[in-house]
Design a protein around this ligand. Structure first.
Ligand SMILES: Cc1ncc(COP(=O)(O)O)c(C=O)c1O
Length: 393
């Protein structure tokens, strides 16, 4: 898609009438996502700002963020939770660099972030993994994953709107580790912790928090690997989780490897306290599902719009990816999407709903828990309004 592509002429002679009501919060970006309802910067607890993150107070606030994560996500005591640098990417790469190379590796890729982890493994770590790929809108045959391999996958593919339906395909008696990039899945979907050895995410997605930090959750089998295996490649200081062959336990008690943004930590605490107030994990899942269902009704009522993933069983309830139903070629569709997104942004009706740059042209509408269902419902007529102005004559 280039800026020079023109949108095919519309049959309409005048711009259609604008719908009467706009979404109260037109924030439908898939990351950073809408702040929690009622959020404002004045509501953040700022006592810790300007203090050392290693002060008693600093450590207590980091521990509070870890404790809330455990409570909300129902993470069992067997798993450790650490706040790490580099947002979700930092957490995934920390796991890959620290754990891979001990046994064969399978990477599952169904969209751009999963493909990014393939590039890491092949081009940077040079470990010659087995790669199972599916096109945008599909996932791979999960029965092909060998329990003998370490496996890396995105639980929810943010850029294609697919998710794995469950963890039944993961063997209880597996020899390899399961490493799940769950950044757009946690706080919106149930995760089977006993099947997951490593889980990563960033606060900027379902919580509506900030980027910058990742959360790395390690099960006992991952810790065992860390303590018994030293990778062949060098590890930068910000990836190092062991000292003298033992796990640095402090990392999982709020003693971060380097200096975190305590403002981002406070913001995440605010978001998680809000999450508790709406019923914890079940409340969050219900909100996401209600949003995705409302959007599904909008899609079903329009012959020009459809879900990118054809199979409802693998459709995301957070990053909902839609395609235009038209005979126009890919380039023209890209131009239509771009125009729709900019018309809607200019009206303050929807922000950031063009699909990801590497994905097939389409709309991507975030349905995570911080979005209100009434706002999704109010979006429908605005999508029509924008479509009327770009659709082929
Ligand atoms: C599945 C997935 N993995 C990784 C990332 C990268 O996340 P971050 O920018 O928080 O590092 C994203 C961001 O959208 C994502 O959706």
């Amino acid at each position: 898609m280039t800026d020079t592509v023109s949108v095919p002429a519309t049959g309409a002679s005048a711009a259609p009438a604008k719908p009467a009501a706009k979404p109260a919060r037109p924030h439908f970006s898939s990351g950073p996502c809408a702040k929690p309802p009622g959020w404002s910067p004045e509501k953040l607890d700022t006592e810790v700002l300007g203090r050392s993150h290693r002060s008693k107070l600093g450590k207590a606030r980091l521990q509070r963020a870890i404790d809330l994560t455990r409570e909300l996500l129902q993470v069992p005591d067997t798993h450790r939770i650490g706040i790490v640098p580099g947002s979700d990417t930092g957490a995934v790469e920390m796991a890959m660099w620290s754990l891979l190379g001990a046994r064969p590796v399978t990477l599952l890729a169904w969209e751009s972030f999963g493909e990014g982890w393939v590039t890491d493994a092949v081009k940077q770590l040079k470990i010659e993994p087995n790669v199972l790929k599916a096109p945008y809108g599909e996932i791979v045959d999960l029965t092909q994953v060998s329990p003998e391999h370490d496996v890396i996958f995105t639980w929810n593919g943010t850029t294609s709107g697919v998710r794995v339906p469950n963890g039944d395909w993961i063997a209880d008696n597996r020899a390899g580790l399961t490493i799940a990039d769950a950044t757009s899945a946690v706080f919106a979907m149930d995760l089977p912790w006993d099947k997951l050895d490593v889980v990563t995410f960033s606060w900027q997605k379902v919580l509506g928090g900030e980027g910058a930090h990742g959360v790395l959750i390690l099960g006992p089998r991952a810790v065992e690997r860390l303590e018994s295996y030293t990778p062949a490649w060098p590890l930068p200081k910000i990836f190092r989780m062991t000292k003298g062959g033992k796990l640095i336990e402090g990392i999982f008690k709020g003693e971060t490897i380097n200096t975190p943004s305590m403002l981002a930590v406070e913001d995440a605490i605010f978001a998680m306290e809000w999450a508790e107030s709406v019923g914890g994990l079940n409340g969050l899942i219900a909100r996401s599902t209600a949003n995705a269902t409302a959007l599904g009704r909008i899609v079903a009522a329009r012959d020009w719009l459809d879900h990118l993933p054809a199979d409802p069983a693998i459709r995301s309830n957070t990053s909902v990816c839609l395609k235009l139903v038209t005979d126009a070629d890919a380039e023209a569709q890209g131009a239509m999407v771009k125009k729709m997104a900019s018309l809607l942004e200019a009206e303050g009706a929807a922000f950031d709903i063009a699909g990801y740059r590497d994905a097939p042209a389409g709309l991507r509408i975030w349905c995570g828990a911080t979005v209100d269902t009434a706002d999704v419902e109010a979006l429908g007529p605005w999508l029509d309004w924008a479509w009327e102005q770009v659709k082929p004559a």
